[in-house]
Design a protein around this ligand. Structure first.
Ligand code: 7GP
Length: 795
């Protein structure tokens, strides 16, 4: 450690010189990385020692995705070294931001669910709570997206380096995972036991990533498992080379599906490896007092992908530690809790019984027994067939993972108030009635350390100058800014910072993609995964409407706007890929039209990821949160924008509802159908987009142009888009909400025409955003579900 800039510089130069190679940015990066690791190492060791000595209750957060983003800069910031290092390097003629640019972010997640897990890790460590992550170490993270003729192409993203990687191999903690085999009863000294004979063993090797909390005191662990051949697999029932290949494949890549069910045998292997390796590792530390397990640990499963943790914990307790069923069930259902992240039917995980039966025969028997006992108790309570059908775990050869997760957990939560209500009243109504105290809400949050303090250091500096630095520790204190939303000087400073962040984004895009943007235009940003319900299609149709208005009406000359899009489509999601293609086609047409170009500019940021988000969000004037009401469980991008002073145009969906509640609808642009309306239409099949087309001349004209192919390239593109809007009945109500969306955009233009008012609204958004820090979310989980105790780092 060092205490001054001079000391840092000296140590940095000494190290560089000791390497004796040519000095370049790479070398600077390598050196700074090594130094940072050493600083982290000390606190990491101390934190682990404290946990062991005090026997503090530990939380384990199991998630198939952790989308952590770049690590170096965030670690320096949390260690409170960022400014000192930046200034020191400056004096040595090096730019810290350029060094940071050399890091390839590990894309170990798709979107919201994975990024939430990463924010939670940051908050746990920052609140000095003993909480660790378990995930998988995919060799290729989420694919890299490129556009070829406007179409998305996908290339693997290799993030693992030869040396100086972000993680540390822990060969000593490797465990073996059994697949296939036959279940047999064997006689032991204390009676009959169940055992799996002749399984195909695969070794799971953990790699640890330190998670540095604010002020560097607490350093928790994110443990990622990698599949490798096992020493016990000498006589596998297949050719060894085949076994080797199959094994390497298990953690080869992240499934690139977000909100789509990925029902593949390989996916099942991933899920079981994650659950089994994590639980074996956890239990090995607590085997001396298993009956007290619910007091010494809590396990949170992030959606149903790790739901096999329920039967796997049962298996370990019964088969490996000879507990009886009742005891094991009692322990399991007081240890595990589950978070649901979606109600979309296509994302609800279901596995064919035969698949689990053949790949995980012992696990299958346990699930069957859980189901049998549960059904028996329901029958004893006199439940009718309809309820039995809804509550069954196994039915018609299918295993419903969400039901398994609810039955096997002591707490189940949704991720925003509206979403939790929909879960309780509709999607999981019968389960909620059966387990009345199980369901609760935990509205998502985001770490203000990455999304404000790190991504917007200028704004964060201004806030500290204005209200002091306590808000960093207690983000709800951002409310003190409310008073300054009337202060002209403060508003001007805020505006200047917004312009600066726009310039930085422009510079970043120019370097990355050679895109040039007008810095004085309104930055209207729509970044997230591509999905029908997120309605990127509505946004681009609206841009087409604006183009038509400009062409048709010589008095319509709106203030210049740049519409940014960013996001990836699952490679198998054809419709979403067609929307990407259409946005690129529209961009071409609009951007190359001399008249329209003066008012509209469409920019599609290639390969949207955490790093791009860190540039885009602080530069935004307008945040697009326009999902079909009832479909977006929460959203977290909405919170990041708000915290950076962008104004939301959004529907009453997910956490938008709570954002509007906090900031007041007068400081946002709210439009569209309500969740109940959408659900009513769906229930009664009573929405017909043709009625909208027939009754609205503007939309009618737009549809005619679409059908003619004015806005698309190639027949497939027209067919998909028109097919969705017309023949498939516009399932996401795009046409239904289009005019109210358009009216709200006109209000945005009016509001922007008064810059001081606009800035005032932005500042009110920041002031109301503190509650959306994931520190609040984590504290609530801890109070209501995990019951963790702070372990002061004494640092
Ligand atoms: C997302 C939800 O779509 C989003 O609304 C929410 O904010 C986020 O989780 C965090 O809770 N879901 C996923 O990313 C996902 O993969 C499939 O869901 C289960």
């Amino acid at each position: 450690m060092f205490s001054s800039k001079e000391e840092f510089k000296k140590s940095f130069i000494n190290r560089i010189e000791a390497k004796g190679t040519e000095k370049n940015l790479e070398l600077a990066h390598e050196t700074l990385w090594e130094m940072t690791c050493e600083w982290v190492q000390e606190s990491w060791k101390r934190t682990n020692q404290l946990y062991e000595e005090n026997h503090d209750k530990q939380l384990y957060y199991i998630s198939i995705e952790f989308l952590i983003g770049r690590v170096l800069g965030q670690n320096l910031l949390n260690l409170n070294f960022y400014n000192l290092v930046k200034e020191g390097l400056d004096e040595l003629g090096l730019e810290l931001s350029e060094i940071e640019e050399l890091e390839i972010e590990p894309g170990l997640g798709n979107g919201g669910l994975g990024r939430l897990a990463a924010c939670f890790m940051d908050s746990l460590a920052s609140l000095e709570l003993p909480g660790h992550g378990y995930g998988l170490r995919y060799r290729s993270g989420l694919f890299t997206q490129h556009f070829v003729d406007g179409n998305q192409t996908e290339q693997p993203t290799k993030w693992i380096k030869e040396k100086n990687n972000v993680d540390i191999r822990r060969e000593d903690l490797a465990v073996d995972i059994p697949y296939y085999g036959e279940v047999q009863l064997v006689m032991g000294i204390d009676g009959m036991h169940t055992k799996v004979e002749n399984p195909e063993w695969v070794k799971a090797v953990p790699y640890d990533i330190p998670i540095v909390g604010a002020n560097g005191g607490t350093v928790n662990t994110l443990r990622l498992w990698q599949a490798e051949v096992s020493e016990r697999a000498s006589s596998v029932g297949k050719e060894y080379a085949v076994y080797e290949r199959e094994t390497a494949k298990i953690t080869d890549r992240l499934y690139p599906d977000d909100s789509l069910e990925a029902g593949k045998i390989l996916r099942l292997k991933q899920q079981y490896l994650l659950c089994s390796a994590s639980l074996q590792n956890i239990i090995s530390n607590h085997k001396s007092s298993l009956e007290k397990l619910p007091n010494s640990i809590a396990i949170q499963i992030n959606d149903t992908h790790p739901a096999l943790a329920v039967p796997e914990l049962m298996r370990i307790l019964i088969d490996d530690y000879t507990l009886d069923w009742e005891q094991a069930w009692d322990i399991t259902t007081r240890t595990i809790s589950y978070t649901n992240h979606t109600i979309l039917e296509e994302a609800m995980e279901k596995w064919g019984s035969h698949l689990i039966q053949s790949l995980l025969p012992r696990i299958y028997l346990i699930i069957e027994e859980i189901d049998r006992r549960f059904k028996e108790s329901l029958q004893n309570q006199g439940k009718d067939d309809e309820t039995l059908h809804k509550l069954s775990i196994i039915e018609d050869g299918v295993i419903k993972m969400a039901v398994l997760a609810v039955v096997g957990s002591y707490k189940v939560n949704g991720v925003a108030k509206l979403h939790t209500e929909i879960l309780k009243k509709r999607e999981m109504k019968e389960l909620n009635e059966q387990f009345p105290n199980k369901f609760h809400n935990k509205t998502n949050g985001i770490t203000h350390r990455r999304w404000l303090i790190k991504a917007n250091q200028e704004l964060s500096g201004l806030i500290t100058e204005t209200i002091g630095s306590q808000w960093m520790k207690e983000p709800e204190r951002l409310s003190e800014l409310h008073y300054f939303s009337q202060n002209q000087n403060f508003l001007q400073d805020f505006q200047e910072i917004k312009s600066l962040k726009k310039e930085q984004l422009i510079h970043h895009l120019q370097r990355d993609q050679n895109i040039i943007v007008d810095p004085s235009s309104i930055f209207d940003i729509h970044i997230k995964r591509f999905h029908g319900y997120k309605r990127q299609l509505m946004n681009i149709l609206h841009i087409q409407m604006l183009y038509d208005r400009i062409k048709r009406d010589s008095t319509y000359r709106p203030y210049p706007r740049t519409f940014f899009f960013g996001g990836k489509a699952a490679p198998s999601y054809h419709f979403a890929k067609q929307v990407i293609k259409m946005i690129n086609t529209v961009a071409n047409k609009v951007n190359n039209d001399p008249l329209a170009r003066q008012h509209l500019h469409v920019v599609f940021v290639e390969n949207y990821n955490v790093t791009h988000a860190e540039y885009l969000i602080p530069a935004a004037d307008v945040s697009e949160q326009i999902s079909t009401a009832s479909k977006e469980a929460s959203g977290t991008g909405n919170m990041k924008f708000m915290m950076n002073g962008a104004l939301t145009i959004g529907t009453f969906d997910g956490a938008n509802v709570e954002i509007f509640e906090q900031v007041g609808q007068e400081n946002a642009f709210v439009f569209g159908m309500r969740a109940e309306e959408v659900m009513d239409y769906e229930k009664n099949h009573s929405y017909d987009p043709k009625e909208i087309i027939e009754s609205d001349v503007e939309i009618k004209k737009l549809m005619e142009e679409l059908v003619k192919g004015d806005w698309t390239e190639g027949k497939a593109n027209v067919d998909f888009i028109v097919g969705q809007l017309l023949h498939e009945g516009d399932p996401y109500f795009v046409l239904k909400d289009l005019q109210s969306y358009s009216k709200e955009h006109e209000k945005i233009l009016d509001a922007y025409a008064n810059p001081i008012n606009w800035a005032e609204m932005g500042v009110k958004n920041i002031a109301a955003s503190g509650i959306f820090s994931s520190d609040r979310t984590i504290q609530q989980y801890s109070d209501d579900v995990w019951q963790l105790t702070k372990v002061p780092s004494m640092y």
